[in-house]
Design a protein around this ligand. Structure first.
Ligand SMILES: [Zn+2]
Ligand SMILES: [Zn+2]
Length: 417
């Protein structure tokens, strides 16, 4: 019978790899809770219209990349391609917002996009997200960036760059959009790629971050948003930078940084790491004051970020799993039951380690003990079973091998603690 294989773009995480994800989740929980964020878990499956309305029909994500299918009653459902829409949907649905109230949530879990799989990018991928609802202030944006930095530092990533921009607001952006459209027209629209020619009418800001070299060259001298900010947006952006400056966050202003969607306003940022030499983007975020209202909720400001866990996992050094305390080598199968019970007593005292199963030669047992990295190898065979003893062989340092009673060995652990 042929083996059943996993779906393309989906991966199994065995312990070594899964440990990285667990560590990221633990550190995110620890870090974010210190900033007053609480965990929110939302479903991976939502109504398709949620993403059509929030992300927009005219995006690659909604147009080409969603896992969308009908359920048994022919309703269109979609595996979430990102977290924010679901978090906002939950927030609105629960009706928890009151004017002036700030709600802070973080969430992590799998997201799904039908993209070409490559290193660090799978069709099921994982993100850590944080969202702040109800705070229009610049300080909320700055706090998100500081919290993200604290989290990445805790993971051991220290060579970080933050790219920062302001996208203006609904007051000042229309004039900027027009200035952009005029500029594109002056450069002859036909010189831009097909996507950009379409974007010029639907979302002219998106042309700024087109990856096509010809477009990149054409927008090099395009007007920049930061020259078009209204006084309120100027002040807001200056406040974000003042906090980041005060906290010693290294950032670069990048007026070409846009977060494609219309509901993004003011602050937007991307964080990259140089910890493994080349630049790796690890997180991005910004302010999206319009989204909650777009999805039928109150007029409530919002800001947040998403952090790609696969990207982070690529960056993390092989995590040093703590060395086991013992490896219990059973060299005579008659001692197997007693060995299992003795190991359980050790584990009850907080030690960690494994017991060999079945029978095996001393040589093969020692090889396994070495491979496990355990601090001591405990040996039990016929003699130890008869005498209720255990032979203790230190695997590190230059301690002597000795045989002691099992009771004495257990008592010794208590003394050590
Ligand atoms: Zn403005
Ligand atoms: Zn283009």
């Amino acid at each position: 019978m042929s083996k059943i294989q996993k779906i393309k773009g989906f991966v199994d995480l065995f312990p070594e790899e899964a440990a990285k994800f667990t560590r990221m989740e633990q550190l995110a929980r620890d870090t974010f809770s210190r900033y007053g964020f609480g965990e929110l878990r939302t479903p991976v499956l939502e109504k398709t219209e949620l993403f059509q309305k929030s992300i927009g029909e005219d995006t690659d994500v909604v147009g080409k990349e969603m896992f969308t299918f009908p359920d048994r009653k022919d309703r269109s459902l979609t595996m979430r391609p990102e977290a924010t829409a679901g978090v906002v949907r939950a927030f609105i649905e629960a009706g928890v917002h009151q004017p002036g109230k700030v709600s802070k949530y973080f969430t992590f879990g799998p997201m799904f996009r039908y993209e070409r799989p490559q290193k660090g990018r799978q069709r099921q991928f994982h993100q850590i997200n944080a969202e702040v609802f109800g705070a229009p202030e610049a300080q909320a944006d700055a706090e998100l960036i500081l919290m993200l930095r604290t989290f990445l530092n805790a993971l051991g990533l220290t060579k970080l760059t933050v790219e920062l921009n302001s996208l203006g607001c609904h007051d000042c952006r229309p004039a900027y959009r027009q200035a952009l459209v005029d500029y594109y027209t002056s450069k002859d629209r036909g010189n831009f790629c097909e996507d950009c020619r379409r974007r010029m009418d639907t979302n002219p800001l998106r042309v700024l971050d087109c990856k096509v070299p010809a477009c990149k060259a054409l927008v090099a001298d395009a007007p920049v948003i930061t020259d078009h900010l209204c006084p309120e947006c100027e002040t807001h952006f200056a406040d974000v930078r003042t906090v980041l400056d005060g906290a010693g966050v290294a950032y670069e202003l990048n007026p070409r940084l846009v977060r494609g969607l219309d509901y993004y306003v003011r602050t937007c940022f991307e964080v990259a790491s140089y910890d493994i030499g080349s630049q790796t983007a690890v997180a991005g975020g910004g302010r999206y004051d319009g989204l909650i209202k777009t999805l039928g909720g109150p007029d409530c400001p919002a800001s947040g970020f998403a952090c790609g866990m696969e990207r982070l996992a690529l960056l993390l050094d092989q995590l040093e799993a703590p060395a086991p305390d013992f490896y219990l080598a059973v060299v005579d199968a008659s001692a197997s039951n007693q060995a299992m019970l003795f190991a359980q007593q050790l584990r009850d005292k907080g030690l960690c380690g494994e017991v060999s199963f079945g029978s095996g030669s001393m040589k093969s047992r020692m090889r396994a003990a070495n491979k496990s990295g355990a601090k001591v190898c405990l040996i039990m065979g016929g003699d130890e079973l008869a005498g209720a003893t255990v032979t203790v062989k230190p695997m590190t340092g230059d301690g002597e091998q000795e045989t002691v009673s099992q009771a004495d060995y257990l008592a010794r652990i208590e003394v050590q603690e």
